[in-house]
Design a protein around this ligand. Sequence first.
Ligand code: MF3
Ligand code: CO
Length: 247
Amino acid sequence: MIRPKTEEEIALMREPCRIVKECLAFVGERIAAGMTTKEVDDLVYRFIKAEGAEPSCLGYYGYPASACVSVNEVVVHGIPDGRVLEEGDIVSVDLCAYKNGFHGDGARTFRIGKVSGENDRLIRVTEECFFKGIEGLKAGTPLYDISYNVQRHAESNGFSVIRSYTGHGIGREMHEDPSVPNFGRRGTGPRLEAGTVICVEPMIAAGGWRVKVKDDGWTAVMSDGKCAAHYENTLVVREDGVEILTL
Ligand code: MF3
Ligand code: CO
């Protein structure tokens, strides 16, 4: 059941969402070749704690870290470890902060040094997919218009959209209704009401869309070994548009 938020609830969500936004920027300024994905996670943990917030991912269904750090062919839920980042890698960092009784959620894909032209384009198109996805979005928009817009932009650029992971509502829980798929039919789905808070998060692959999960139960890898990128923001649906809380 989709429950739009009150202005009071939205006001409380601004703080965790600001922390997510600033933490992603903080990581973006520091991430570099030679760092391990665990060191990236440490940056995230310390930043969120220093803000008086909690890293929502840590312990979520047993997830062992504060951030998901997903390198190249890992599309999402990469568990930080001793892997050393190398020039040319693309690294998505996905994190959530909990404060004021609410969660904020966002992700960016970073370039380590100079990346291939194809990976550069993959990251750019994935970001564009988010903005295409929310184009025209306002109260009354059918939910799967977002999904359709994301899919069309990805596929018209020769990329594919991941099927097995979606965006989601967010609030007192990290994952609330509705699910926000990155593929779907225009004009279908529930009409979004003003005050609905969702995470729109295109996960886009350079090759096919099939994903397999490693034996650790989390790490989602592209089956064909090609790269994938991820970009996510938390936003509020408004009468006349959207308000993005993590940008
Ligand atoms: N932040 C992710 C999302 O966008 C969820 C991470 S899963 C976790 O939904 F286990 F790491 F928390
Ligand atoms: Co999310």
